[in-house]
Design a protein around this ligand. Structure first.
Ligand code: XIL
Length: 320
């Protein structure tokens, strides 16, 4: 039977993809599924391109981890969503220091982006240029970037990324912006902010770290996407989809509910032409980030810990 990326492409999308991480690539059973470009046409490095790994000390760059994933994707005919350049989290300790002047931090951002995007030039379908700039109420997160530069750090980052790789699609990426609300409205304002500053922004990435039984309705998902298109981007993607159980183990009816929730998100992407693809935040519960961050939660992905396809897999494949 046809596989997820094949089905997504036949439905007019660019890809169906998965995140992965360096440690997992020594697991043969894992790699056998990941490397199949009929299943996954797109890969996102889950960690290796983050600032703490790529510029661990100021001015000294390292691409070993990121390159391993990008090379893996290339070897298997998969495109890469590159992730991520400016984020408050997983910063090296030197960068998280808040005592920069505006010109120092501007130069730090420009140097980081010129170097990293330059290193990967031509290899990234897209870049998540700015990640998670917003609080839940739609105000800006109090990151080192915002403290020193205010919201101007956002267009600064997009201009630097555009200069370093004019062909990569440039995205703003965040979570809890999939449905209606203050954070979704604020994300649309970020699109306008970047465009008003004369910078290029191509897409909004909706992470979609969702909870079984609490997924926004398909019409709310579509309205949020329309709000980003109205604000001026040309494409959209679900970039880190997982739908977790808050308590485990999952029951049979829970797994059916999860399948229905995955169906809702998949149908929303299918219904909006500008939604180019769906990326799940790794494909098997064995390597999901959820249990390490959300206490007691898990079982969020399409394959279980033993690489068996869950009900949600069948549903996504039949909806695509
Ligand atoms: C997560 C990784 O999956 C974990 O391995 C890491 O410990 C923390 O970051 N939003 C993002 C991703 O944009 O980069 C995060 O990835 C998950 C939430």
């Amino acid at each position: 039977s046809a596989q997820l990326n094949q089905l997504a492409k036949a439905a007019g999308k660019l890809y169906f993809g998965s995140a992965t991480d360096n440690g997992e690539l020594s697991d043969t059973a894992y790699v056998n599924i990941l490397k199949d470009s009929n299943m996954f046409g797109q890969i996102t490095p889950g960690n290796g391109q983050k600032w703490q790994y790529t510029e661990p000390s100021q001015g000294s760059f390292s691409y070993t981890s990121g390159d391993q994933i990008v090379d893996f994707a290339k070897a298997n005919d998969q495109i890469v969503r590159c992730h991520t350049l400016v984020w408050y989290s997983q910063l090296p300790s030197w960068g998280a220091d808040g005592s920069w002047s505006t010109s120092q931090l501007t130069s730090i951002i420009n140097t980081h982006i010129a170097n990293e995007v330059g290193h990967y030039k031509g290899q990234c379908y897209s870049w998540d240029v700015v990640n998670e700039a917003l609080n839940e109420d739609g105000t800006y997160r109090d990151s080192v970037f915002y403290k020193v530069l205010g919201d101007s750090y956002i267009p600064i980052a997009f201009k630097a990324a555009d200069a370093a790789d004019p062909d990569a699609k440039l995205y703003y990426n965040d979570y809890n912006i999939e449905g209606a609300g203050a954070k979704q409205q604020a994300a649309a304002k970020i699109v306008k902010l970047v465009k008003d500053a004369g910078a290029r922004i191509d897409g909004v990435g909706m992470q979609a770290h969702l909870i079984v039984g609490s997924v926004p309705s398909q019409s709310d998902l579509e309205s949020a996407m329309e709000s980003y298109l109205s604000a001026g981007v040309i494409e959209l993607a679900y970039t880190e989809l997982d739908i977790r159980f808050n308590s485990l183990p999952a029951s049979d009816s829970g797994l059916q509910q999860q399948a229905g929730d995955y169906e809702t998100v998949t149908k929303a992407c299918l219904a909006v032409d500008a939604c180019v693809g769906i990326t799940i935040w790794d494909y098997t519960d064995k390597y999901s980030w959820i249990p390490s961050v959300f206490n007691g939660a898990g079982a969020a992905l399409l394959w279980d810990e033993n690489f068996s396809e869950k009900p949600a897999y069948s549903t996504v494949s039949s909806v695509l």
